[in-house]
Design a protein. Structure first.
Length: 262
């Protein structure tokens, strides 16, 4: 019966095919990815080509270049292990969520790396469907690495933002808030202008309607036709000299005496 279905004749070929499928093919795919990573890391200024060939570590560097915390890779691996251990809940809830989160983070990292390689945001669609093609194009085209792009909006986030400093890997610009420092203290600049001593306000004579420039001075005789106001406290002898007063012929010394008495 086994000969009828041909199991004896196909068993050897099937085993070899399965061995190639599950061992050699994944190794070839991993080598292809690592080669592309090596070329991209070289553009980014990462020192040491061996970093692109270390499993997990190369993905962490890719996240770091994409402005994401490299520890997210370890968090995803740990969550995947927990999901694989827990039956039912882990298999049907935790593992799918871990897979979705890993895919989203991969797309974000590829988007940021693409921007630094002078690629528009629409190129991330190619990474979503064909990651090897996206990596190959960015690895071998003539694009140059430019980290001076707009910082990521999550750079200040303690979970997503990259705050690590690793030797041999350039630190990417972030949007972390600046710490308040000590600004320039108040120095001795030009002092404000002090109010000076200008001309004194004109003093208004009690015995005359005209304003005098300084108190105590005798005013000039009024112009012709101007009516002079005579104070009530003038001496009698002055009051009797009405015509002389109206004509402005009264002496200055007499007027000074009158103002002092008034």
């Amino acid at each position: 019966m086994d000969d009828y279905y041909g199991y004896d004749g196909l068993s050897g070929g099937a085993i070899v095919a399965l061995a190639l499928l599950y061992t050699v093919l994944p190794l070839l795919i991993y080598a292809l990815y690592s080669w592309f990573y090596m070329r991209i890391f070289d553009k980014a200024g990462v020192q040491g080509k061996w970093r692109a060939w270390v499993p997990v570590y190369n993905t962490m560097i890719f996240y770091k270049l994409g402005d994401l915390s490299p520890w997210l890779v370890l968090y995803l691996i740990g969550a995947g292990i927990i999901g694989a251990i827990i039956p039912f809940l882990g298999w049907f809830l935790i593992l799918p969520l871990v897979g979705i989160a890993a895919r989203v983070l991969d797309l974000i990292a590829a988007w940021r790396v693409g921007l630094k390689l002078q690629k528009d945001a629409v190129w991330v669609i190619l990474y979503f469907f064909l990651p090897p093609v996206w990596l190959g194009i960015n690895a071998f085209d003539g694009s140059r690495w430019n980290p001076n792009i707009q910082p990521a909006s999550w750079a200040a986030n303690s979970l997503l933002g990259d705050r690590t400093v690793w030797d041999g890997i350039p630190t990417q610009p972030t949007a972390a808030p600046q710490q308040p420092g000590y600004g320039a203290g108040p120095g001795y600049g030009t002092p404000p202008a002090q109010p000076g001593y200008g001309a004194p306000a004109p003093d208004r004579c009690r015995h005359h309607r005209r304003d005098h420039p300084l108190p105590g001075l005798v005013p000039d005789p009024p112009a012709r036709g101007h009516r002079r106001t005579i104070p009530r406290s003038l001496p009698r002898d002055v009051l009797t000299q009405g015509p002389r007063l109206r004509s402005g012929a009264l002496s200055r010394s007499r007027w000074s005496a009158v103002r002092r008495d008034g």
